[in-house]
Design a protein around this ligand. Structure first.
Ligand code: FES
Length: 183
């Protein structure tokens, strides 16, 4: 008994669908390069604070040379997969004027386990309320009983031509001696 041969019709519906599929695939592959470029261009918006975020703090004149360190919130644009916050709160830093043209910026995050430290004006030192680590004005650990494995993390500071303070806001791993950026 003979099996009937399938007939091939080059003008039929199936070849048309195959050609259409191939054309669509070609079109999608053309989109890959521009989308990859867009991804790179918008990268700073999606970057987490741990990757280092240059943030404007304010005028140098707002910080007196005799003032104690002041906690300043860090606000910056942040983008996740679906939304873009114009002024998301990324964290905070302590700012202290250390001279006519110099400023120190310390992370508020305790390197022991990540609590926010307070500044004790009476004692002129930082104190972590969670497990009682104490830090001096330069961020150094000042008590043998402080469980923090290192001092407070100092952040990069820049004062621009208009006497505005900028900080590279960054977060670091807690619980270890070394200052290792997160992310
Ligand atoms: S988190 Fe600061 S001492 Fe533990």
């Amino acid at each position: 008994m003979s099996v009937p041969k399938p007939s091939f019709n080059p003008t039929g519906r199936r070849p048309f669908l195959i050609r259409l599929g191939a054309a669509l695939l070609g079109f999608l592959s053309l989109l890959i390069a521009p989308l990859a470029g867009l991804f790179v261009v918008t990268d700073p918006l999606r970057r987490s604070p741990s990757a280092g975020h240059r943030v404007k703090i304010g005028a140098l004149a707002l910080f007196g040379e005799k003032d104690p360190p002041r906690r300043v919130p860090i606000l910056a644009a942040r983008q996740n997969a679906w939304t873009r916050d114009k002024e998301a709160r990324l964290g905070a830093v302590y700012i202290q004027r250390t001279g006519p043209d110099t400023v120190r910026a310390l992370s508020v995050v305790c390197p022991h386990a990540g609590c926010y430290v307070d500044f004790d004006v009476e004692q002129d030192r930082y104190l972590c309320p969670c497990h009682h680590s104490y830090f001096g004005l330069q961020g150094q650990v000042v008590s043998d009983r402080s469980p923090s494995p290192r001092g407070l993390d100092e952040l990069e500071v820049e004062i621009d031509g208009n006497s505005e303070i900028w900080v590279v806001f960054q977060q670091f791993r807690s619980g270890i001696k070394e200052k290792v950026p997160l992310g």
